[in-house]
Design a protein around this ligand. Sequence first.
Ligand code: LLP
Length: 434
Amino acid sequence: TGTMKINEKNHLEVGGIDTIELVNKYGTPSYVYDIEAVKQKARAFKAVFSKRKVKAQVAYASKAFSCLAIYQLMAKEGLSLDVVSGGELYTAIKAEYPSEKIHFHGNNKSDDEMFAGLDYQVGCFVVDNFYELDRLNQFTSERKQRMKILIRVTPGVEAHTHDYISTGQNDSKFGFDLENGQAKQAAILASQMPYIDVIGLHSHIGSQIFELEGFNLAINKMLTYSKKWKEEFGFDLSVLNVGGGFGIQYTVEDEPLSIAEYIDSIITEVENVTDALGLNMPEIWIEPGRSLVGDAGMTLYETGSQKSIPDVRHYLAIDGGMSDNIRPALYHAKYTGVLANRANDQASDLYSIAGKCCESGDMLIWDLPLPKPQKKDILAVFSTGAYGYAMASNYNRIPRPPVIFVENGSDFLAIQRETYNDLMRLEHSLLSNN
Ligand code: LLP
């Protein structure tokens, strides 16, 4: 995808830049983002809505990868922004994100986080639970400040995805239950709160979803309840937020739909069901994270030690691992990659890519076909742009890699590499002479 190709030196190139030049300039490991690819995705989401003449907001779910520069890029692309914490909100403010385009999520917002959202006058709070609703009522009343809210519901839909990351089923820590009446109770309560405007409902059924069925079910449920509530207590649904979760390709086994297919189907379902129920067509809001940045990002590593167990396996270690990509260890996530310094060379055997952390579970890729490794090859691992840097840690005191944006032959250092000093920055010494 994007602008990736193999150049005349047999090197992997992205954004018009030879990855080996990037390695010489910034070292390894490094995350590299193909900015043209990110822009293409952002525009693809927006294009479907405008083609279908449906009012919409496409909000970047910034948990997938948050930093100043990506926020600035998404703002420039005209996207809204989903933030889930004071830290993401703070970064958005520093990025001068238009406040009315910020949607404030989170299942346990602190008082301070809520004050920050109110001070900054975010576009809406996505209210997750009664405790939050109660405090939002109190804070908005004290300040005499209006705030729009979406009510987050669990529509009882199980998306076919890994257990850890499915959030739509009823037994979930997120949101109000639709079926047991809690969502209705929240909607009634909120509608009586003097400074709160309920603008609609929100659901997020999971992540890395390849089927349309889950979205259709969630849309059906939310619209059906909206219709009932309209008759019962005048509930007015002006926004239907169907969350994110659109799948991307990590390996050849993944067969995601195109952005246009996901969004077209969602629009059609909302149109059909509102028609059938005699409701007004709501604005459709979505919250893609992974599908905006996931396959636009890659990680460049240098290869190091090798170990071969005769008749069993070749291990090939790299200079990073679960500290920069926890997903294989946490979700058994699959990745693929190539040797970026000889991208077209024929594979000769299977190599299992080991991270450098002190955990046997720190294996990045099992059985990757590669040419016979030489010293200090550069391994490019693809589709690491979502939940990579965002979930990176300093486990084993490994500094976080830098993040480099490439586009049209230029590179931009969005986040610099952490130093050992950075790792020690917050620490106090027990020795008096230090
Ligand atoms: N909206 C809400 C309310 C969410 O909870 C999420 C993701 C999204 C939108 C964006 O979902 P996406 O489009 O990126 O699938 N760390 C896991 C994924 C966790 C997803 C959490 N919520 C992973 O690495 O696979």
